[in-house]
Write a new protein. Structure first.
Length: 184
């Protein structure tokens, strides 16, 4: 008998957030419309860092004095179905190359709205590991209906994206109403 079973693999830590930290393909279905805003990371008194997010039309009152304006990033955040982990997650995008590609797909007559039951999956391929050599390619998969189990998981979820603007956990909110734009 060996120290560990022959078929043992260290489990991936499952997060509520889809992070593209490694090279490779990330395939997901966008489930909600995005929230749009500005984000900056600030140092905490405990020695960590925490995000401060504001809606597009809200000023960063009192925060710009503490940070370099170039550190303030425009972000999109939306709920996605991660096929690899088979779970709902929040995906936050600050990379302009990804935002421009997804926007172009959404505005294209042949692709249109990626979210919902009649939408399409998006594949983001990351190459490179450092800030200087990282590139992203965005590819749509052919349109296809979502599995009923994915639709059910989304409709039963209590994810509140707006909680990001309040510095709260979007997964820790009860009695959330799923947006009416799902599947449209």
């Amino acid at each position: 008998m060996s120290f560990l079973p022959d078929n043992y693999e260290i489990p991936d830590k499952q997060s509520n957030y889809l992070n593209m930290k490694e090279e490779g393909d990330y395939t997901f279905r966008i489930m909600s419309s995005p929230i749009l805003g500005w984000e900056v990371w600030k140092d905490t008194t405990e020695g960590g860092r925490t995000p401060v997010r504001k809606k597009m039309d809200e000023p960063f009152d009192g925060i710009k004095d503490d940070v370099d304006p170039s550190d303030i990033k425009h972000f999109w955040a939306f709920i996605v179905w991660n096929y690899k982990l088979e779970m709902l997650q929040i995906m936050q995008i600050t990379q302009a190359t990804i935002q421009k590609a997804v926007k172009a797909l959404a505005r294209n007559d042949k692709w249109g709205d990626p979210k919902g039951t009649d939408g399409y999956d998006v594949v983001i391929t990351r190459t490179g590991l450092t800030m200087q050599d990282t590139n992203y390619a965005v590819t749509p998969n052919p349109k296809e209906k979502l599995a009923p189990s994915v639709i059910k998981a989304y409709k039963e979820s209590n994810i509140n994206l707006e909680a990001l603007f309040e510095g709260k956990d979007p997964f820790d909110t009860k009695d959330i109403v799923i947006p009416d734009d799902f599947g449209k």
